[in-house]
Design a binder for this molecule. Structure first.
Ligand code: PEP
Ligand code: CO
Length: 460
C-alpha cells in the first residue's frame, strides 16, 4: 500500500501497479495533440476540484443490474446521441431523448416480460474517435473534428484547434443534463401513469406511435384494476420512478483521470464522470492507454467488439478488464455490420463462453452499417440495423447464450438521418432534417419500431 498524489489529492493505492495516471506511460491511440500543455494541465487541476457527477454506490448498483443481464434475467438498453452538442443542451432536447428511451424500455418490458436496464449515451458523450486524423476541403487540410469536448465542427483553423477549456464546458453541460435527468426520472415525469405523455406529437400518427398508445392503454387499465382491488400503488416506487444511468466513451483520458475519486467505503477507485464507461473499437489495444486506465476503476465497463477482433485478443482483454470475473462488470458490445456478424461473432462468443467469462453481450447494430449516401451524407439503413440485431439474437439462440442488450444512437427529434423504417425515408429525405454532427441517428419512430421488433426476438 502506498500513497499517491493527484492534482493535490492524496489517494491510497493497493492495486497491481495501477494508478490513476499509469495510462500515461502507454501509447494512446486517438490521442489529441493539445497545443498548449500548460493550459491542459490547468484545466485538469480545475476539473479535479469539481464535485463528482455520479457516486460510487450508483455505479455499484448498475453493476448489480448488469449482473442480472449477464445471467439472462434482464435486458440492457443503452441509447442516446452519437455526439452531444454544446449548441443543444436544452431541456426539451434532453426530455425528448429520455421519452424515447423510456418508451422503448416500456415496449420491450411489456412485450417480453423482461426487466430493462436503462443507460443513456448522455451527460458526457462529447468525444469522438476518428478514422482520419485530418480532413481536407478544397485543398485545405485541418485537424478532424473530435467532438465538442476537443474542438468545433466548423472548418476553420481556429475552430479545429483543440482547446482544453472545452473540457470544463463539457463537464458543466454534463452536470446540468444529469441534474435534469435526475429530476425527470425521480420527480414524476417517469411515472407509469404518465406513459401516454411520452408519445410525441409527430409519432402519434405513425404505426409505432399507435402501437405504443395501445400498450399505454393496457398499462393504464391494469393500474386501474389494481387500484380497484385495493392495492396502494402510491407506495410502489418502481411505478413512479426509474433508475436511469449515464455512459460515454472514455476517450479523452486527461478528462477521465481528473474524475477519479476513491470510494471511502470500499477504497476502490471510480471514474465519477459517468456510471458506465466504454472503450471504443479504435482504442481497445491490450497494452494501450485506454485499457490501462479503465482496468483500474471499479465502474461497470463496456468494450466495443468490431469485426477485426480475434477470440484470443478478446479473451485477453476481458481477463485484463475483469480479472475477478465479476458478473456485470463487463459488457461486450458487438458492432460487426450486417454482412460480417455471422462470420465473426459466433467464434468470439464460443471462446468467451468456453473461457468461463461472465459478460453481458450487447448488440450495436449502428456502427458497422454506416455508409455515405450520394450526397456525401453519412447514413444507415433501418433494414440493415434490424438485420444485424436479428442475426445477433439468432446466433445467441443457437449457442445457448443470452442476447443481453441493445446499444443504439437515437434522438427524440424528428430527424431524417437513417433510411427506411415506417416512414420509408429515402436518400432525398436526408436533406429535410439532418442535424447530427457525427453519425446518423434513429429518430423517435424508427427507435420505437426497433424496440417492438427486438421485443419479438426477446419473446422468442
Ligand atoms: C460510437 O459508439 O459512437 C463509436 C464511435 O463506436 P465504435 O467505437 O464502435 O466505432
Ligand atoms: Co457514433
Amino acid at each position: 500500500m502506498f500513497v499517491v498524489t493527484f492534482y493535490d489529492r492524496e489517494m491510497t493505492t493497493t492495486a497491481n501497479d495501477w494508478a490513476p495516471d499509469s495510462w500515461r506511460a502507454l501509447p494512446a491511440d486517438q490521442g489529441v495533440l493539445w497545443p498548449d500543455s500548460e493550459a491542459l494541465y490547468a484545466v485538469e487541476r480545475e476539473l479535479a476540484k469539481q464535485p463528482p457527477l455520479v457516486f460510487a454506490g450508483e455505479a455499484r448498483r448498475l453493476t448489480e443490474h448488469l449482473a442480472d443481464v449477464s445471467q439472462g434475467r434482464a435486458f440492457l438498453l443503452q441509447a442516446g446521441d452519437c455526439a452531444e452538442s454544446f449548441h443543444d443542451g436544452s431541456a426539451d432536447a434532453i426530455r425528448d431523448k429520455l421519452k424515447v428511451i423510456l418508451q422503448m424500455a416500456v415496449a420491450l418490458t411489456y412485450a417480453s416480460g423482461v426487466p430493462v436496464v436503462k443507460v443513456g449515451r448522455i451527460a458526457g458523450q462529447f468525444a469522438k474517435p476518428r478514422t482520419q486524423s485530418f480532413e481536407t476541403q478544397d485543398g485545405v487540410t485541418l485537424e478532424a473534428f473530435r467532438g465538442h469536448i476537443v474542438n468545433d465542427e466548423a472548418f476553420t483553423p481556429e475552430s479545429r484547434r483543440p482547446d482544453p477549456t472545452r473540457m470544463l464546458q463539457a463537464y458543466h453541460q454534463s452536470v446540468s443534463t444529469l441534474n435534469l435527468l435526475r429530476a425527470f426520472t425521480k420527480g414524476g415525469f417517469a411515472d407509469l401513469s404518465r406513459v401516454h405523455a411520452w408519445n410525441q406529437q409527430f409519432v402519434l400518427e405513425t404505426i409505432e406511435g399507435k402501437r405504443f398508445s395501445a400498450i399505454a392503454d393496457d398499462i393504464e387499465r391494469a393500474m386501474r384494476f389494481m387500484r380497484a382491488c385495493g392495492i396502494d400503488l402510491g407506495r410502489e416506487s418502481s411505478l413512479h420512478e426509474v433508475d436511469f444511468y449515464t455512459s460515454h466513451e472514455a476517450l479523452i483520458l486527461p478528462y477521465e483521470q481528473a474524475f477519479v475519486r476513491q470510494d471511502s467505503l470500499s477504497g476502490d477507485w471510480f471514474d465519477t464522470s459517468a456510471h458506465l464507461l466504454w472503450i471504443g473499437d479504435r482504442t481497445r489495444q491490450l497494452d494501450g492507454a485506454h485499457v490501462e486506465f479503465l482496468r483500474g476503476v471499479a465502474n461497470p465497463l463496456g468494450l466495443k467488439v468490431g469485426p477485426t477482433s480475434t477470440p484470443r485478443e478478446l479473451v485477453a482483454l476481458a481477463e485484463r478488464l475483469n480479472p475477478d470475473n465479476v458478473p456485470g462488470r463487463l459488457t461486450l458490445i458487438s458492432r460487426m455490420g450486417r454482412d460480417k456478424i455471422l462470420d465473426v461473432l459466433p467464434e468470439l462468443i464460443t471462446n468467451v463462453k468456453e473461457s468461463g467469462l461472465n459478460v453481458v453481450w450487447a448488440c450495436d447494430p449502428m456502427h458497422g452499417n454506416t455508409f455515405s449516401a450520394a450526397s456525401g451524407k453519412k447514413t444507415r439503413r433501418f433494414e440493415d440495423v434490424l438485420r444485424e440485431v436479428e442475426q445477433f439474437f439468432s446466433i445467441h439462440h443457437q449457442l445457448g447464450t443470452w442476447a443481453g442488450g441493445l446499444h443504439i444512437e437515437l434522438t427524440g427529434d424528428d430527424v431524417t438521418e437513417c433510411l427506411g423504417g415506417g416512414q420509408g425515408l429515402d436518400e432525398d429525405d436526408l436533406e429535410i432534417n439532418y442535424t447530427s454532427m457525427c453519425d446518423p441517428r434513429l429518430n423517435a419512430s424508427q427507435s420505437l419500431d426497433l424496440a417492438f421488433r427486438v421485443a419479438e426476438f426477446l419473446q422468442n
